[in-house]
Design a protein around this ligand. Sequence first.
Ligand code: GTP
Ligand code: MG
Length: 191
Amino acid sequence: MHVVRFVGSAVDKDGYPELGLPEVAFAGRSNVGKSSLINCLTGRKGLARTSSTPGRTQIINFFSIDDFLMLVDLPGFGYARVPERIRAGWAEMIEQYLGQSRWLRLVVHIVDARHVPGELDRRLLDWLTAHGRRFQVVATKVDKVPRSRRPASLRAIARTLQVNEVIPFSATTGEGKRELWRVLKEAVEAG
Ligand code: GTP
Ligand code: MG
């Protein structure tokens, strides 16, 4: 069991906790399953607020794990039904964090295993690459893809995003949890 603690929220740099813990951030489109994935990883169902309606997470939330790692739940991007002004604010919040956090070691980019990633997903990875940020693509909700179609879905995602490895994940079944933890630990140890 992990000792998991909600540390706080932030909308900008002044609010980031400065505990000196290495950070892993979870980024992706609205409603893709970022907060659910954090809950699954930590084994704490109600830790990060989730919802079937997109736009649930609206600020940056920080959760510490065993006082050795900080998990960072970001708002989603690309939700068309949020007014443009607010969407731009969220984008700014996300970009500032990803660009300026001193402790960020890895960005877990989460996509929906059922869909081919879109323009915004490609832009995020281009941006992370340009800014020298290490990332890992995770395809979540894989429980919703029939087993026979999974290899093709994962290949299509990898091809579209031009990455070698996509970790299949399900917050419902816990599939992929061990593999993702391994990647998180590796990134933290690499510094
Ligand atoms: P925002 O904060 O609004 O950007 O959303 P989010 O990316 O944090 O998504 P959230 O975790 O709130 O989940 C969105 C919806 O997807 C919820 O109804 C979840 O129950 C559902 N969901 C998330 N992960 C999975 C999964 O692995 N499998 C299935 N079947 N449903 C999932
Ligand atoms: Mg969320």
